[in-house]
Ligand binder design. Structure first.
Ligand SMILES: [Zn+2]
Ligand SMILES: [Zn+2]
Length: 720
């Protein structure tokens, strides 16, 4: 069974998780990427799976960061069912058509320019027609009912308390007679949110995938935020300005309306003129009205008492662009709620342009403001911003109320987690990296369960509740410490799985390390001296071989005493030559060839100095240098029994088993050198990390060894 994180991993958009089991593939969500350009680019790339081979999609809720790429999936060949709650299906028919319309308009605008320049034209990610086709694939599910949607896959939708129709999904997958229960939190709301019911408490999960948008932050509580809202409304009115509220058309807009209604009922604010300037919000509100049965108790009561937050004398939904423009002429006294929630698109931008420079106006930010958006810049206190290419001074009051967020805050997430009586493995997703990592620490501290923050595209094989990262994805995400300088290679079955070179081999002339650069092996030269002794023993010479026969570090002396030659001459003849280690040789440190790396060590005053100056005596003896491909090659020969008889190999390697990593590791150090290499004995894995500095080699080796081990066990059979 495999789970892959194709979105919302160390970011808050593009939510998409692939479950692969028993030859089937199911997606949970298929969202649009938003925010920084490098994320948005992912909307245009091919899916890393074949859409036609996806058996079904399970959709948590209608927000575009969860549903926005469904029409693309259909466009590229997906014909299966999309399971969602009835409200989510209704909301999607509005949201996806709107999103498709935006895609088409944007491409049309770009194409006008391209046409004039005679350049090739773009096609939209998807069209309104694609969105309509997608809608026919929806299957409406009731809350709380368990249903088998595929042989060996059952699903149940539970209230998520996030937006109307939003769901936590429980998924039971059966493979080889064993059932694994996945729980996807979707976007989770706080308890006591307006309109929606509270999130359902779930008690068991083998694998829990939980959001962490506000993993490190706390919201104001409900009363506090209503008080703040009242203060801002009253202050702005007294100054005679307009109050602008950028809000998601779906969810937030209705929450604000609800809050304003409650405050008006209490007499905390005067009757208001509220303009909802977003056709999408109007349509979404219409869907809300239609699905009153899933409202929480309080909202149902308000509607029964004819105090519906969605209608009333002061609530206006603008439809046409003209109506919207007319609002620009109103200099004060009204409330405008418009999309987008992060103020980086939609009608709110026009209203900001006409109001930001007025010191009597106010802007109230009520939702999450992602990095790089206009909303975030305002929140961060920008004195001037650009809107539609024009600079606009910011004189208006800018306020934030985070309590209106439809997402649970840290306390909300933790209290939802506390209801579990059993969790196997946790994956923390849907948060910016600091937020996900911060939240992970909290979970570890309180619940003592394994927690991972997956990277984008990373995939894990689930063995029971144990998550093993698969080889390919891990290698793509390989990261070295900042000051690591050296080369790395991993091979499985003699096939190179990963190769990388980092930093400089010669600092003065800025020569870069390459995968073929030879590095000083430092104290690992002893291992090669001992290997040479085993070779001699295999030829019938009586030589001391076991650790207790020669004190550690004296194998070169043994070798010299036995043969009457220089030890490096014997190693060259008995090991490096026969093993075909062509770029490995003994060099005096002051006579290095261009393809061998100079070693760097931290000298006085923290400056990096070449090791030749740090260890004068080192120049008196040649040092063994080798490249990463040579060490990997050597390991394969050794492990496969081609270089020495098997008993000899066992004896040779006995002192080097590393229990923690589950492989054999030979480590060599010297000033300005740190080398680790090894692998599995009789197994197919070989790993080498060589460094001409003193930082980061172990970190790199540990990652590669662990992933190599997982990749070896995985045997590649889970990949397509
Ligand atoms: Zn959401
Ligand atoms: Zn989301």
């Amino acid at each position: 069974m495999r789970i892959q994180f194709l979105g919302a991993a160390q970011c808050t958009s593009g939510s998409c998780f692939l479950l692969a089991f028993s030859g089937r593939q199911v997606l949970v969500d298929c969202g649009l990427f938003q925010g920084p350009e490098e994320l948005k680019q992912r909307n245009y790339r091919d899916f890393p799976f074949s859409p036609a081979e996806i058996d079904a999609v399970i959709l948590t809720h209608a927000h575009i960061d969860h549903s926005g790429l469904l029409p693309k999936l259909t466009r590229l060949g997906f014909r299966g069912p999309i399971y969602a709650t009835a409200v989510t299906a209704d909301l999607c028919s509005i949201m996806l058509a709107d999103s498709a319309h935006i895609q088409e308009m944007e491409v049309e605008r770009k194409n006008r320019k391209l046409k004039r320049r005679g350049q090739p034209l773009l096609t939209p990610i998807y069209t309104v027609a694609d969105a309509e086709k997608t809608m026919q694939q929806f299957r409406r599910m009731a809350y709380d009912e368990e249903m088998e949607i595929l042989p060996s896959l059952r699903v149940r939708f539970r209230d998520a308390g996030h937006i109307l129709g939003g769901a936590i999904v429980e998924i039971w997958v059966e493979e080889e007679g064993e059932t694994t229960k996945f729980v996807f939190s979707g976007d989770l709301g706080n308890t006591g949110q307006p309109i929606v019911r509270d999130p359902t408490a779930i008690t068991e999960a083998d694998v829990l995938v939980i959001e962490s948008t506000y993993g490190t932050r706390l919201h104001e509580d409900r009363e506090q935020r209503l008080e703040l809202l009242a203060e801002i409304v009253n202050r702005t009115r007294e100054r005679g300005g307009n109050l602008l509220i950028p809000a998601f058309a779906l969810g937030r807009t209705q929450d604000i309306l609800y809050g304003l209604r409650v405050l008006q009922d209490r007499g905390a604010i005067p009757p208001l003129s509220i303009y909802i300037d977003s056709p999408l919000a109007s349509k979404a509100t219409e869907v809300f009205r239609r699905h009153a049965q899933v409202f929480d108790y309080e909202t149902r009561t308000m509607i029964e008492e004819k105090r519906s937050p969605f209608e009333g004398p002061g609530v206006h939904f603008t439809e046409t662009a003209e109506e919207s423009k007319r609002l620009n002429e109103v200099s004060g006294g009204i409330v405008i709620i418009a999309a987008s929630g992060m103020a980086d698109a939609g009608r709110i931008k026009h209203h900001l342009r006409h109001n930001l420079w007025r010191k009597e106006a106010a802007v109230l930010l009520v939702g999450y403001q992602a990095e790089g958006t206009l909303g975030r810049r305002l929140q961060d206190g920008a004195e001037e911003v650009r809107i539609h290419g024009e600079p606009v001074k910011v004189a208006a009051e800018i306020e934030t109320i985070s309590g209106f967020s439809a997402h649970a805050d840290q306390a909300g997430l933790l209290s939802w987690l506390r209801r579990f009586s059993r969790i196997g493995q946790v994956f923390v997703v849907h948060g910016e990296r600091e937020s996900s990592e911060g939240f992970t620490e909290l979970i570890q501290k309180e619940f003592a369960v394994p927690v991972l923050v997956p990277r984008l595209d990373e995939s894990f094989v689930m063995k029971g509740t144990e998550a093993v990262s698969t080889w390919d994805a891990r290698c793509r995400s390989f990261a070295v410490e900042e000051d690591f300088s050296g080369a790395c290679q991993v091979s499985v079955k003699r096939e190179v799985k990963f190769r990388g070179a980092f930093g400089l081999s010669e600092r003065r002339f800025k020569i870069k390390n390459s995968i073929f650069t030879a590095f000083n092996l430092g104290s690992a030269r002893e291992f090669f001296a001992r290997t040479a002794l085993f070779r001699l023993a295999a030829q019938g010479l009586a030589v001391p071989l076991t650790s207790d026969q020669a004190p550690e570090g004296d194998w070169e002396k043994e070798l010299a005493g036995l043969t009457g030659e220089k030890p490096w001459e014997v190693v060259q003849r008995e090991v490096l030559g026969p093993a075909g280690m062509g770029s490995s040789r003994y060099f005096y440190l002051d006579q290095l060839p261009a393809w061998a790396a100079s070693g760097y060590t931290t000298g006085p005053a923290g400056r990096l100095v070449e090791n030749i100056y740090a260890i004068p005596e080192a120049a008196s003896e040649p040092q063994l240098h080798a490249s990463a491909p040579d060490l990997v090659r050597f390991w394969h020969l050794l492990a496969e029994g081609e270089f020495l008889p098997r008993e000899a190999v066992e004896q040779l390697l006995a002192p080097y088993g590393d229990r923690r990593l589950g492989i054999y590791v030979i480590e060599g150090k010297a000033p300005g050198a740190h080398v680790l290499f090894g692998g599995t004995y009789e197994g197919p894995l070989a790993v080498a990390v060589l460094s001409n500095g003193e930082q980061g080699a172990l970190h790199a080796f540990e990652q590669l060894a662990a992933w190599g081990k997982a990749g070896e066990d995985d045997g590649g059979k889970h990949r397509k």
